[in-house]
Design a protein around this ligand. Structure first.
Ligand code: PLP
Ligand code: SF4
Length: 328
């Protein structure tokens, strides 16, 4: 029998007509939404739609998922492999870019399709670490004693079922040099029913240090259901961090980001990264110029305690870490 979260996942809104109807939006948005969703499908769980304001085409949650005609206009500098991932492939589905940690692409599937995501072009279908029952990926990790942290990523690793995840985690924790299991996921936010007893059980039982990095861009994404899910992850032993992407028309203001940091903290989550947009084709309309990003970062520092200020970073191909944008 399917779990509730699997039912909710299968029931996500994928038809632009339905999204517009649920939110009582103008039908003039339909044609562009249809055209852009042929390139990268619309996909958004109903729980997330329920947090959007009706009749507001600029709603910051809606903007993250609504396909727009602007996505189809080519923009100079916006390409298909903006983060240079393909050159860091160490084994099937394993990206080893930074010292001491590897990123495992557990699955290409997400509960939500964020319009700004580099995933819109990355050929993850062929790249999951699940190839040959994870063995080449695990072998690579075992063979490098400098690796102490494994990051389950994707796509969204929690798209996989708990039986698969429990088995993977059991095999990871047998690797002597590993200390930390990190999970990069947006599901506790967009599909809070995902945080169910089965998930919490394998998480709680894992002997590694556990870090869950969620992805919230706007305080309105945090409702009671989400904060309850986050509290359960914390109670199961996970340290919680958040990463956001700086997005024009969503969170490109110090007021919005300060409120986000405060609300995250109320939910037990520490702001970690504020990413500059990856320059992927189709996402140019979300771009925030460096000068404005630095102004926002400066304003945030002036108004929040240091521990609530996320690091403003950019992915630079070949760099040894996410690179901070340097402020004056
Ligand atoms: C972003 C990223 C990480 C994690 O970097 P942290 O600075 O540790 O959060 C690890 N591996 C890859 C390939 C990444 O892109
Ligand atoms: S990987 Fe993250 S940003 Fe990209 S579509 Fe999935 S949830 Fe959204």
């Amino acid at each position: 029998m399917a779990s509730q979260w699997q039912t909710d996942l299968a029931d996500a809104v994928s038809d632009p007509t339905e999204l517009l109807r649920l939110l009582e939006l103008d039908t003039s948005l339909l044609e562009p939404a249809r055209a852009a969703s042929r390139e990268f499908p619309l996909r958004v769980p109903r729980s997330f739609v329920a947090r959007m304001r009706k009749r507001d085409p600029s709603d910051p949650l809606l903007r993250q998922v609504l396909p727009l005609g602007a996505e189809l206009e080519p923009q100079p500098g916006f390409t298909h492999d903006a983060v240079g991932d393909m050159v860091n492939r160490a084994a099937p589905g394993v990206l080893h870019k930074y010292h001491g940690r590897v990123l495992l692409i557990a699955t290409g599937i997400c509960a939500v399709n964020c319009r700004y995501c580099f995933r819109r072009h990355f050929p993850y279908a062929q790249e999951s670490a699940r190839t040959d029952n994870w063995e080449p990926a695990l072998q690579y990790i075992r063979s490098d004693a400098s690796i102490s942290e494994v990051i389950l990523s994707g796509g969204d690793p929690l798209s996989l079922g708990d039986r698969i995840l429990a088995e993977l985690v059991a095999r990871l924790q047998e690797i002597q040099q590993l200390r930390t299991l990190r999970i990069h996921t947006r599901q506790p936010i967009v599909l809070p029913s995902r945080v169910d007893p089965e998930l919490l059980s394998w998480l709680r039982n894992c002997r590694l240090r556990k870090v869950v990095v969620v992805h919230v861009n706007h305080a309105r994404e945090l409702n009671a259901e989400v904060t309850t899910a986050l509290a359960k992850l914390h109670a199961a032993g996970a340290t919680l961090f958040n990463q956001s992407v700086l997005l024009r028309g969503v969170n490109d203001s110090a007021t919005v980001l300060a409120e986000l940091s405060q609300q995250l903290f109320m939910a037990g989550v520490i702001p970690y990264y504020l990413h500059m947009l990856d320059r992927v084709s189709g996402a140019a309309h979300f771009d925030v110029p460096d000068s404005q990003a630095l102004d926002i970062a400066r304003a945030l520092r002036a108004r929040l305690p240091g521990y609530l200020v996320p690091r403003l970073v950019r992915e630079v191909p070949g760099a040894p870490a996410k690179m901070p944008l340097t402020a004056l």
